[in-house]
Write a protein that binds this ligand. Structure first.
Ligand SMILES: [Zn+2]
Length: 206
């Protein structure tokens, strides 16, 4: 596939921010988004901007180790983007969002999230049936990105391109920004279904 130049990627990232904000996945200045560029660098959201109101000046170029290539500051979590691009070389776009059902689910469950039997799972690469069991890894939150990436490298496998950070949100990666937005919406739906199911089961036991 053809990789974008910076201006094209910046437009796609701004559009993704609007779409995700419309679905309540970009509260305050949360989240960070990135894309692989056609010159070997990466486009990444600048720290501190509301993702629903991004303009191209809020996007910056970083290298493969998430170091700035211009005088702007990437998110601290840019290192986690660099790790995903390194571990899964077919990745061309990454979204990190602060999802309400994603965060709530990690507060209700001690273990990884298991998604089983949902039609929506067919949105993920390589899954052609609802009759499947998918595990989304959950790692503990940390402000130490080295510690977080070390824990992630033990847990993430990439059979489904996503992981959750406890009390925080999730990451999803894919070959295009459009596929990432779709997978984001699918995960948000699936996590919301799981939360609703747990609520009803808890009510039935009460
Ligand atoms: Zn975050």
């Amino acid at each position: 596939m053809t990789l974008p130049d910076f201006n094209t990627a910046a437009d796609e990232i701004c559009r993704a921010g609007m779409l995700l904000d419309a679905r309540n996945m970009a509260p305050a200045t949360s989240g960070n988004y990135s894309m692989r560029l056609n010159d070997g660098a990466f486009a990444m959201t600048v720290s501190g901007h509301h993702k629903g109101r991004l303009v191209p000046a809020n996007i910056m170029r970083v290298d493969a180790r998430a170091r700035p290539l211009e005088d702007k500051k990437p998110s601290a979590e840019a290192l986690l983007h660099a790790q995903i691009y390194r571990l899964f070389p077919a990745t061309n776009a990454i979204l990190h969002v602060h999802s309400v059902p994603g965060a709530v689910l990690t507060r209700l469950l001690k273990e990884d999230v298991v998604l089983e039997g949902y039609e929506m799972l067919k949105i993920f690469p390589g899954i052609a049936t609802h009759d499947v069991r998918v595990v989304i890894p959950v790692v503990g939150n940390s402000q130490d990105m080295e510690e977080l990436s070390a824990e992630l490298s033990k847990k993430i496998k990439g059979d489904v391109p996503a992981y959750l950070i406890r009390d925080h949100g999730f990451y999803v990666w894919g070959d295009t920004m459009e596929s990432c937005v779709n997978m984001c919406e699918a995960l948000e739906y699936l996590f919301a279904c799981e939360v609703e199911t747990l609520k009803i089961k808890a009510g039935a036991r009460a």
